[in-house]
Write a protein that binds this ligand. Structure first.
Ligand code: ADP
Ligand code: MG
Length: 703
């Protein structure tokens, strides 16, 4: 190893987590009893002693100041899907006109941001603006941009959750309670906690900032509302895993470094399927930390891109006709000792614990497919789910050959063998023989078993992964609860376990599908099986308030009825606001950019025709083009008027959030599509120097 290389490696190890108040810093800097008391809170959810908080705050402040911090902020995740922060300096004035740096346990534990300007779905009237943030000590604090960031949960004055973190933490408790009950029955008497683990893979686009700045649609909505298909798209399949260009590589390298400093385990990076599209995967951690770290990843991507004269687009569908971006939420369950409960082992047919947990998941996904669907429902994700690129809107599970075979055996009377993957020989001794996985990959399934975890692939690239995960945790906790209820009462546990697994397969095998999820055939087959196919976000939102789902969330203490109803309202509101902004942006770009451009070109074309005719020339071709453009312009202008009218109609329905969202979808969104068609046709006919914004070719192939 060369010297410089070695230095770099040392540097990496040293910078990793260097801005994080992590366990190792805490152990070194906190008094032993304080450290142990805090660990108890983190690991076993023992309530925090206020005296402990004072000591932790003081030590945390000194550490943060040594890292250059002057401020602290409670960092929280309101229902907007992005994070929020308000910074306070550590300073406290003294009588003699100086300041000292202070930070108390009370300030660490509790914050009081004004809650009135965050979505609350009616939970909070403006006269009750008070909101509270509460320290989440299970996710480590960190220093960024001169402030100490303290991860917190956010609640209303009356104690209702106004954020994405609170239900996530509650769902982790619910999962823990039920999983421990089942493990105890299976003979595990020692494990103190079961957590869910998550490894998020984040897709994103990178484009040039100079071009971005010329597109009002990208600036205001995060996606292109106009844009004709470029001559080259992704058909050559030359971008996926392709060579990473220097400018992108420099951005990625900076991004890795920034994330590593924050203790975010950026691991895998590569080019994605679409031009200008890339992916970054983190190493998995507990659900809570993974969620915080995914938020940090998204924020850092945007920030670092700007440093390189680039813009990171996290929207689910920045470009029509080109693959959109999603998030793969790899999810599993593990004991604190690190045993992965979804590890099948070499002979899964004999692994009762694995089969029981697997059954719980199969049952959960079938029973609560609607809740999983709504956990990924957003205006942006509507462009992906159900289109021929992302998982369909139908929820199903891919298990692969080995597990499906075992379940078939069980259903037929009992499993006696596990198919193995075997060895693959590549036909020349110069290449090693490779052990084969027990199953091929299935890239089309929304919920795929990938060896020792499930990969939930429906989450949108811009969405917080919190809802997907609190939903997964809670629905699986419910299956486990039902199993535990039966097993705790049973006189013959092994027999009851077999019965549970057998019945689960029989009752829920309809949700298992190993074929091509993008095919027409599956849509028909799923319908026959009675599986829901919920096409759009607006339809999906209703599931939040379905009685069975309210009862579920209430039973496990994850969200109360009031909190669920508020969330439903918020979803409708966010949908309407998003489509309203998109529609208004289209109107403005049409009137102020596209119309003038087309008229300018037409006028010049008309003068050309006059000049040609004046010298006795033949202007047939010019006239033909003129007429074609006129035709499209008439249609464009009429669709523009219709869009404006649709916006007015939808906006007038503000008393009924659901009816309004439906109006935005069926009226405004539909008219937007029609207007776009005309604009894109015009783009292909109007001279390049006349067109008022960068084209798809420029945006996608210019970095
Ligand atoms: P691929 O999806 O390409 O097969 P990997 O095997 O690298 O990719 O895994 C993808 C993601 O799954 C990574 O973020 C990884 O950390 C995560 N992962 C691996 N094991 C687990 C687990 N037990 N629980 C949750 N996530 C996991
Ligand atoms: Mg993956």
């Amino acid at each position: 190893m060369s010297h410089t290389h070695e230095n770099k490696m040392t540097a990496l190890v040293e910078i990793y987590g260097s801005d994080v108040f992590n366990d190792s810093v805490m152990r070194q800097s906190l008094p032993k009893d304080v450290y142990q008391s805090l660990r108890k809170t983190i690991e076993e959810q023992v309530p925090l002693d206020p005296k402990v908080a004072d000591v932790v705050a003081s030590v945390m402040k000194d550490w943060a100041i040594s890292k250059g911090a002057t401020h602290f902020t409670h960092w929280f995740q309101p229902m907007t899907g992005i994070t929020a922060e308000k910074h306070d300096a550590f300073i406290s004035p003294t009588a003699d006109g100086r300041v000292v740096m202070e930070f108390s346990g009370k300030e660490l534990i509790k914050g009081e941001p004004d809650a009135s300007s965050f979505p609350s779905g009616g939970l909070r009237a403006t006269f009750e603006a008070r909101g509270y943030t509460a320290w989440d000590c299970t996710s480590p604090a960190f220093v960024k941009d001169g402030s100490l960031y303290i991860p917190t949960a956010f609640a209303s004055y009356t104690g209702e959750a106004l954020d994405k973190k609170t239900p996530l933490l509650r769902s982790m408790d619910a999962m823990n309670r039920q999983a421990l009950r089942v493990l105890r029955i299976l003979g595990n008497k020692t494990t103190q906690r079961v957590t869910t683990t998550v490894g998020p893979e984040q897709e994103y686009f990178i484009i040039d900032k100079k071009l971005f700045d010329q597109r009002e649609d990208l600036i205001l909505t995060g996606r292109t509302l106009f844009g004709a298909k470029p001559p080259k798209g992704q058909e050559m399949e030359d971008h996926y895993f392709g060579h990473i260009k220097d400018r992108i590589a420099a951005f990625m390298s900076d991004l890795d470094t920034e994330l590593w400093k924050l203790g975010v385990s950026a691991k895998t990076k590569h080019n994605e399927v679409a031009p200008a599209q890339h992916e970054l995967a983190l190493i998995f951690s507990t659900t809570n930390i993974a969620t915080d770290h995914n938020q940090l990843t998204m924020e850092t991507m945007k920030k670092i891109a700007l440093r390189h004269g680039l813009v990171c687009l996290l929207h689910e569908k920045p470009f029509a006709g080109i693959n959109g971006s999603g998030k793969h939420n790899n999810w599993s369950m593990a004991t604190v000792e690190g045993q992965n409960l979804l590890e099948p082992g070499k002979t899964p047919h004999e692994n009762i614990q694995f089969l029981l947990f697997l059954s719980a998941i199969i049952k959960a996904v079938d029973d609560y497919a609607d809740l999983l669907r709504v956990s990924c429902a957003s205006p942006g994700n509507d462009h992906r789910l159900g289109a021929n690129e992302a998982p369909p809107a139908i929820i199903s599970i891919f298990l692969g050959e080995q597990l499906t075979d075992i379940l078939d055996q069980i259903e037929a009377g009992g499993a006696t063998k596990s198919k193995s993957g075997g060895i693959m020989n590549l036909g020349t001794n110069s290449l090693p023989s490779l052990p084969k996985d027990t199953t091929d990959r299935n890239r089309t399934s929304p919920f795929a078993f990938t060896g020792n975890k499930f990969e939930f692939r429906m989450v949108g690239s811009m969405q917080s992964i919190a809802q997907a995960n609190f939903t997964l945790n809670t629905i699986v906790a419910e299956s486990l609860c039902q199993f535990a209820d039966r097993l705790e009462k049973s006189k013959n546990v092994p027999k009851e376990i077999s019965a549970i697994i057998f019945e689960t397969i029989k009752d829920h095998k309809r949700v298992i599908y190993n074929g091509n999820n993008y095919s027409e055939e599956w849509v028909k087959e799923a319908k026959k099986r009675g599986l829901p196919n919920i096409h759009s976000a607006v339809e999906a939102f209703a599931a939040i308030c379905a009685e069975k789902n309210l009862a579920l969330m209430e039973k496990h203490g994850v969200l109360s009825r009031i909190e669920m109803e508020a969330r439903c309202q918020i979803q409708y509101e966010i949908y309407s606001k998003t489509i309203n902004i998109e529609g208004q942006t289209m109107v403005e770009m049409s009137k102020r950019q596209i119309l003038p451009a087309v008229i300018g070109y037409k006028t010049d074309l008309a003068s050309s025709i006059d000049s040609i005719l004046a010298v006795g020339g033949n202007a047939e071709i010019e006239k033909e083009l003129f007429n074609k453009i006129s035709e499209s312009l008439i249609s464009f202008s009429s669709n523009l008027a219709k869009l404006e009218k649709a916006i007015d109609t939808a906006a007038s329905l503000h008393g009924d959030t659901k009816a309004q969202a439906i109006s935005y979808r069926d009226g405004v969104f539909k008219k937007m599509g029609e207007l776009r068609k005309d604009a894109d046709t015009l783009e292909t006919m109007v001279g390049a120097e006349y067109w008022p914004m960068p084209t798809y070719s420029e945006l996608l192939f210019n970095v």
